[in-house]
Design a protein around this ligand. Structure first.
Ligand code: PGA
Length: 252
């Protein structure tokens, strides 16, 4: 039985004081999530990680939005896994479509980062998803299959099951145009099939989230599908009231 997961991707939003206010407001809602057997977390910017870690409900997962695959060295502007670990971060989002588009993050690079994170007992959240043009050309599955195969290359089944996947069609991110629950389930079930081919039965243990214009009003519909284990949420994760409503509707 896969545990449900709600992860808020804050992107480049919130100053440290704003992030602190959210963390301080997180206590009751995270207790509610725990009571309903739901994992929940947020991914603040690097400069907000420490304040969120200090002020949150300790059961709120705190994820970074990226990391470098090297432990240290001449990589100006980068943040390493040991640095994140020392401040108390144990999850990292990788391969978000915005990083693929604006920062040249490739599936090959994500594969290196996934291996480095797993070697440090940390949880990678690996994002995949197709553009509108790929979707309209009917090539979603071939595209996503390639992202999964490259991202998971060289992992053992034991390692693979520690990775969380977020399927986010690019055309649904921040557009208000969410995929229907059937479309999301169709692709996510396909991803699980790809994982089964690669890793066998552990594919049933790998959590796969849907992301793209998820709101308190539509999250329950996605959760009614058998292969969707939760959501990666951008805009609707920023305010405590909306985040709380997401948790409540996910639990329902
Ligand atoms: P959105 O973003 O919920 O604002 O569409 C999702 C994401 O990019 O992770």
């Amino acid at each position: 039985m896969r545990k449900k997961l709600l992860l808020g991707n804050w992107k480049m939003n919130k100053t440290p004081s704003e992030a602190k206010a959210f963390a301080c407001a997180s206590h009751e809602m995270v207790d509610f999530a725990v009571k309903h057997n739901i994992d929940c977390g947020v991914a603040p910017t690097f400069v907000c990680l420490a304040t969120v870690l200090e002020n949150r409900n300790p059961n709120l997962i705190v994820a970074a939005q990226n990391c470098n695959e090297h432990d240290h060295g001449a990589f100006t502007g980068e943040i390493s896994i040991p640095m994140l670990k020392e401040v108390g971060v144990s999850w990292v989002i990788l391969g978000h479509s915005e990083r693929r588009e604006y920062n040249g993050e490739t599936s090959e690079k994500c594969n290196e980062k996934i291996k480095a994170l797993l070697a440090n007992d940390m949880t990678p959240v690996y994002c995949c998803g197709e553009s509108l043009a790929t979707y309209e050309a009917g090539k979603t599955k071939a595209f996503v299959e390639e992202q999964i195969k490259v991202g998971f290359a060289g992992l053992s089944p034991e390692e693979a099951k520690k990775v969380v996947i977020a399927y986010e069609p690019i055309w649904a991110i921040g557009t208000g145009k969410s995929a229907t629950k059937e479309t999301a389930e169709d692709t996510i079930a396909f991803i699980r099939g790809v994982l089964k081919g690669l890793f066998g039965e552990v594919s049933e243990e790998i959590r796969i989230l849907y992301g793209g214009s998820v709101k308190p009003e539509n999250i329950a519909a996605y959760m009614s599908e058998k292969d969707i284990d939760g959501a990666l949420v951008g805009g609707a994760s920023l305010e405590p009231t909306s985040f709380k409503a997401l948790i409540e509707n996910l639990a329902a």
